[in-house]
Design a protein around this ligand. Structure first.
Ligand code: GLN
Length: 545
């Protein structure tokens, strides 16, 4: 069975627990161990699919179609590994399963209680993930902050697991990612909040083995001594984790304090190899890109409001653009363009010329739609490289229908069900789901096949005739209108062979105009950028010249 490392967070949220978890995984991989990662979210939502991106950040989709937290995306990108349903749970999913079992009389008439039944259900999920992944080491990130009411039952599950391994103390470890503030009026790094956070964890019956000390600056010797004394830890078990420019530097930074060696020693493992070379090379490119920057505009509407910013709402898109830019040795300069301003003041569209490429990512609903269509029209006419993802593809078809194929008032049924030209219409199976208000986890989700047409940008990018990509949508291109659209020059370069659904469209006589029904951003990896993002950035660089 894999060894388990629980990762908890202290003091406050938003300090990069997910990236710290992913980075620890990367380091352990580089020493020759297989690593899996699991995220526990304390929400009552059964999955992340019903949460607005401005509330919770991007909804990530696994290849088996689970809508989950963006941290799963971080794990996938760092570990270069596909994760699955078994690697994610929420409070809602735990209760849903328990209540279902109770309804099915699976408790044999017993009284079902919060303790032990909730922690036991959590443990059984962890063990299931362990069995399926068969990794040497399994990371389990417990969402939320220590001291919160909502993650207590997950901590209890972790404590019980450790208790069951009392004779094997090297099989279960606890890492706490904490924060040391440097208040401006004091100008000194303070350890007290971390001390209290560890005490709170202690009161849940858990002693951390390692502290990852996040702060604006590196931790000094005095702070390490102080924490070591107060927390019953060796100084070396307190790892300095200062702010850095790019998340991809985190593993390299952790290694400065020998995190990998310390964790392996605690787990009773000996390193098999050391291979962080390619990763370190990437970090060098990030720190010192050799060539001119490439300027990309991301047009969206999920802007800062609530606790998450635009960067969180579109994190996989943004990371994919970065991976592709670094591949070409360029620094990515990304701007967030609020689509609603182009609706209010179309004269502003001219500013799109300042960008080497424009992306319209996925989205839902009416707000901002006409602005997106204007942006797409502008990119098409001004020959600015354009990459449309999901909604960005559907609206490109709407734009083409309206302005090139002369289908006046063409639209997607999502916005105007009465349009004379429903060029984007609802998937038949989705109609029933919507009318019965069955919204959760019911879209066309996860991996589907796509056959690529020869002689297209898609073929040039993928260099293969068959691909699989991840989806999350209810609407699709209406094949009834395809002959008319194709006659006017729309190219369908990717099609789902089983159901004949349009997956990729593109235009000729344009440096790069591509729309995809799927979400390529979920498959891009730092050392292996997604082919379409790679070619989009290549076109952007070329246009710039
Ligand atoms: N709203 C569109 C649909 O449901 C696009 C979804 C998306 O961009 N993820 O089909």
């Amino acid at each position: 069975m894999s060894k388990i490392i629980f990762i908890t967070g202290g003091v406050m949220s938003g300090i990069g627990k997910g990236v710290a978890t992913a980075s620890l995984g990367k380091i352990l991989q580089s020493y020759g161990f297989s690593v899996s990662a699991m995220k526990i979210d304390p929400y009552v939502n059964v999955d992340a699919g019903t949460m607005n991106p401005t509330e919770h950040g991007e909804v990530f989709v696994t290849e088996d179609g689970l809508e989950c937290d963006q941290d799963i995306g971080n794990y996938e990108r760092f570990l270069n590994k596909n994760l699955h349903r078994v690697d994610y749970m929420t409070t809602g999913s735990i209760y849903q399963a328990l209540i279902q079992k109770e309804r099915n009389l699976e408790f044999g008439g017993k009284c079902v209680e919060v303790v032990p039944h909730v922690p036991e259900e959590v443990i059984s999920r962890i063990q299931k993930s362990q069995r399926i992944n068969k990794a040497d080491i399994m990371l389990v990130e417990i969402g939320g902050t220590i001291g919160e009411y909502q993650n207590l039952l997950f901590l209890e599950a972790a404590r019980i697991l450790r208790q069951r391994h009392l004779h094997y103390p090297k099989d279960v470890l606890f890492v706490m990612v904490s924060y040391l503030p440097i208040p401006a009026m004091i100008g000194e790094m303070k350890t007290k909040p971390t001390q209290y956070a560890v005490r709170s964890l202690n009161s849940a019956g858990i002693q951390p083995d390692i502290i990852l000390a996040r702060s604006a600056l590196p931790l000094d010797k005095v702070r390490k001594q102080k924490l070591s004394f107060a927390l019953n830890l060796h100084e070396e078990d307190i790892i300095s984790a200062p702010d850095i420019k790019s998340i991809y530097e985190v593993p390299v930074n952790f290694e400065k304090d020998q995190l990998g060696a310390i964790v392996l020693r605690k787990l009773g493992l000996k390193k098999k190899e050391t291979d962080l070379k390619d990763w370190k090379r990437l970090v060098k490119t990030i720190q010192r890109p050799s060539k001119q920057p490439v300027k990309i505009g991301v047009v969206g509407k999920y802007f800062a409001s609530g606790s998450f910013s635009l960067a969180d709402s579109y994190i996989s898109v943004i990371e994919s653009l970065k991976h592709a830019s670094w591949f070409h040795g360029r620094e990515p300069v990304l701007s967030w363009l609020d689509v609603e301003k182009y609706e209010k003041r179309p004269t502003l569209l001219k500013e799109l010329k300042e960008y080497d490429g424009i992306v319209v990512p996925g989205g839902f609903g009416t707000r901002g739609v006409e602005g997106k269509i204007r942006v797409i029209e502008y990119c098409r006419r001004a020959k600015i490289p354009y990459f449309g993802l999901c909604y960005g593809m559907q609206l490109a078809v709407v734009e083409f229908a309206r302005h090139v194929a002369k289908m006046d008032r063409a639209h997607t049924e999502e916005i105007n069900p009465k349009t004379p030209y429903p060029v984007i219409h609802i998937l038949p199976e989705q109609e029933k789901l919507l009318s019965s208000k069955n919204y959760g986890g019911s879209m066309r989700l996860g991996l589907y096949d796509c056959a690529i047409k020869d002689g297209t940008i898609a073929k040039r990018s993928y260099k293969t005739a068959r691909i699989k990509e991840r989806h999350r949508h209810r609407y699709e291109v209406n094949s009834k209108f395809l002959p008319r659209l194709e006659k006017r020059g729309l190219i369908v370069s990717g099609i789902n062979p089983q159901r004949k659904l349009v997956e990729i469209i593109e235009l000729r006589d344009h440096p790069f105009f591509v729309g995809v029904q799927f979400h390529p951003e979920f498959l891009s990896r730092p050392l292996n950028p997604h082919p379409l993002f790679r070619e989009f950035i290549r076109a952007a660089i070329k246009t710039k010249k």
